[in-house]
Write a protein that binds this ligand. Structure first.
Ligand code: SAH
Length: 240
């Protein structure tokens, strides 16, 4: 099958390969994985140690708490996946915060290679020597890169061709009402139409598609203005 040559390929370097596929083996991403729409490969960083204790970490130069992931071990693990497709990303709270533009860009490419840190992080020299791109999930500290890798892969996989059956759902998000346009999404409602005294906004029951579209647009803009002034400013700039 020709499609196999184009299968989006995620390669994950981790000391906890048993954490994968984890959530990625379920629902949308899991079905797509079973269907061969994407492939997942995990590499155990410990397989690239050279001592009998399979040590991946050591104490920090300069002192301080915790341990640091060794540059030589991480580098050998990275060398072993040199020929895998896509850019190498080190998940790190010091990285550029992930956004939908980068996600779409990665999903449009052949795949991604993700290095999951643990302990206090990775020896800076392997980041410098390999010019690793650093990507953060947000301004908070996880105990390891694995949950970040899972989130990043999930965000990419749902954009791959054929993964979401209803292409309209994606088109709408990217059209003008979703995160690709730099706006927060409008609020959603489903049955029952009346719940604990709360009614569904009248316009949504009107069947008037143009009015509904306008209302959703206004809701998206209002939410973005109120909740995310940073996104709103950027949205306003790109519109002008
Ligand atoms: N000592 C570091 C935190 C290390 S957390 C500090 O204070 O900045 C251990 C690992 O978890 C990191 O190496 C990284 O791979 C991952 N990690 C933690 N927070 C993250 C975040 N917000 N985004 C992406 N990866 C993160």
């Amino acid at each position: 099958m020709i499609a196999a040559a184009h299968t989006w390929h995620a390669t994950v370097l981790t000391i906890f390969p048993e954490m994968f596929p984890g959530p990625l083996g379920h629902s949308l991403a899991g079905k797509a994985l079973d269907a061969g729409l994407w492939a997942l490969e995990t590499v155990d960083i410990r397989d690239h140690t050279e001592d009998k204790h399979r040590t991946v970490d050591d104490t920090p130069f300069g002192g301080g708490v915790g341990m640091v992931m060794r540059a030589d071990v991480a580098d050998r693990a990275l060398a072993a996946i040199d020929d895998r497709p896509g850019p190498v990303i080190y998940l790190s709270p010091r990285g550029r915060v992930l956004d939908q533009t980068r996600v779409r860009n990665l999903a449009d490419g052949p795949g991604v290679k993700l290095l999951c840190g643990r302990f206090e992080g990775l020896d800076q020299r392997v980041i410098d020597a390999r010019g690793l791109e650093e990507v953060s999930l947000g301004d908070f500290i996880l105990s390891g890169g694995e949950p970040a890798a899972i989130a990043l892969i999930d965000a990419c996989v749902r954009l791959l061709p054929g993964v979401i059956g209803d292409a309209d759902a994606l088109a709408e998000e990217s059209f003008a009402l979703g995160s690709d346009a730099g706006l927060l999404e409008y609020p959603h409602y489903t049955r029952p139409a009346m719940w604990q005294g709360y009614a569904v906004p009248e316009v949504l029951l009107s069947g008037h598609h143009q009015k509904i579209k306008l209302w959703r647009r206004e809701q998206a803009e209002q939410a973005t203005r109120e909740r995310r002034p940073d996104l709103w400013r950027r949205h306003a700039e790109t519109r002008n």
